[in-house]
Design a protein around this ligand. Structure first.
Ligand code: ZN
Length: 271
C-alpha cells in the first residue's frame, strides 16, 4: 500500500462517542441507574472537550463515531467536534446491538441515526462503525445502499480492503480495527461484568508495540477510544503519550476514516 505523503503507515484516531447509549444498549433497565449512566455523561460533558484540547494541541484530525441519540442530546458537542475540523461517523441510533435475525430493526436504527445527524448538524456521514464490536451482512448492504464510503467494524485484516457483496459487486471499503487497540477492554468496568482496569504503562506498551509492528507492515493503525474512558484525566496523558510516540517515528499519516478510505480507493483505482 502506498500512503499519501509517502508515509510508512496510516493512523486513525477514532472516538466512539456513545455517551449513555453504551449503557442503555447493554441493558435498557440502566435507564433507571443514574450512577451507571453518569459514566456516559462524563464522556460528553468532560471527556469530549478535553480530547478536543489534546487533538488541537497536536493539530491532528480525528473521527467521532456518534449514535444519533447522542447527537440529539449533546448538539453542542457535535458542533464543537465539527468546528475543529473532525469527522463525524455513523454509529447507530441508540447504539443498538446487532441482531441479524431482525433486519427491519437494523434498517430502522440505521435510518434513524442518519436522520438525527442530519437534523442536528446537517451532515451526511461517509463512514459507519457498528456498535459493540459486531456487525451483519445486512448492515454492510445498508452502508452501500446509502452511499457511505467505508465501514470500520471488522477485524479480518490490518490493511483496508473492499467488501464484495453477495451478488459479487463491490461494496464499501473496510477499515479494520482490533480489541487490542480499543480502550474499552483495558479501561471499561461494569459491576455486572467486573474486569481488571489496566494501568497506563501496560496499555501504552500494548498500543506502542502494535503501532510499531503495523508501521513495519505499512498497514493501518486504527485506535478506537471512547470519551468516557480515554477522557479520564490520566488517560488523556496516555493519549498524549501514544500520539507523541507516533509523531516521534516521523513517518505516519494521521487522517480521518474518510480520508484513509478515499486514499485507499484512489490507490485501488490506479492499479
Ligand atoms: Zn460504541
Amino acid at each position: 500500500m502506498i500512503w499519501p505523503n509517502k508515509a510508512k503507515c496510516a493512523v486513525m484516531l477514532t472516538f466512539d462517542f456513545d455517551a449513555e447509549t453504551l449503557w442503555l444498549s447493554r441493558d435498557p433497565s440502566n435507564a433507571g441507574r443514574p450512577g451507571v449512566l453518569s459514566q456516559g455523561i462524563y464522556g460528553a460533558q468532560r471527556g469530549v472537550p478535553e480530547i478536543l484540547r489534546v487533538l488541537a494541541d497536536y493539530h491532528l484530525p480525528a473521527t467521532f463515531f456518534t449514535p444519533g441519540w447522542t447527537a440529539e442530546k449533546y448538539p453542542d458537542r457535535i458542533h464543537a467536534i465539527l468546528a475543529d475540523g473532525h469527522e463525524i461517523g455513523h454509529h447507530g441510533y441508540l447504539h443498538e446491538w446487532v441482531d441479524p435475525a431482525k433486519p427491519a430493526e437494523e434498517r430502522a436504527a440505521f435510518e434513524k441515526g442518519l436522520e438525527a445527524l442530519d437534523r442536528v448538524a446537517g451532515i451526511r456521514p461517509t463512514g459507519y462503525r457498528s456498535p459493540a464490536g459486531e456487525t451483519s451482512s445486512n448492515l454492510i448492504s445498508l452502508i452501500r445502499e446509502y452511499g457511505l464510503v467505508y465501514d470500520s467494524s471488522l477485524m479480518n485484516d490490518v490493511y483496508p480492503y473492499r467488501h464484495t457483496m453477495p451478488d459479487g459487486t463491490p461494496g464499501p471499503v473496510e477499515l479494520p480495527w482490533h480489541w487490542s487497540t480499543d480502550d474499552a477492554p483495558h479501561m471499561m468496568f461494569a459491576v455486572q461484568a467486573p474486569r481488571q482496569i489496566r494501568n497506563n504503562d501496560d496499555i501504552f506498551a500494548t498500543w506502542r508495540d502494535e503501532f510499531d509492528a503495523i508501521r513495519q507492515m505499512g498497514a493501518l493503525y486504527n485506535l478506537v477510544m471512547h470519551p468516557q474512558f480515554t477522557g479520564r484525566p490520566s488517560r488523556l496523558m496516555l493519549l498524549r503519550r501514544i500520539i507523541e510516540h507516533i509523531l516521534d517515528r516521523g513517518d505516519a499519516w494521521i487522517a480521518t476514516g474518510h480520508d484513509v478510505a478515499t486514499a485507499w480507493a484512489a490507490e485501488e483505482a490506479r492499479k
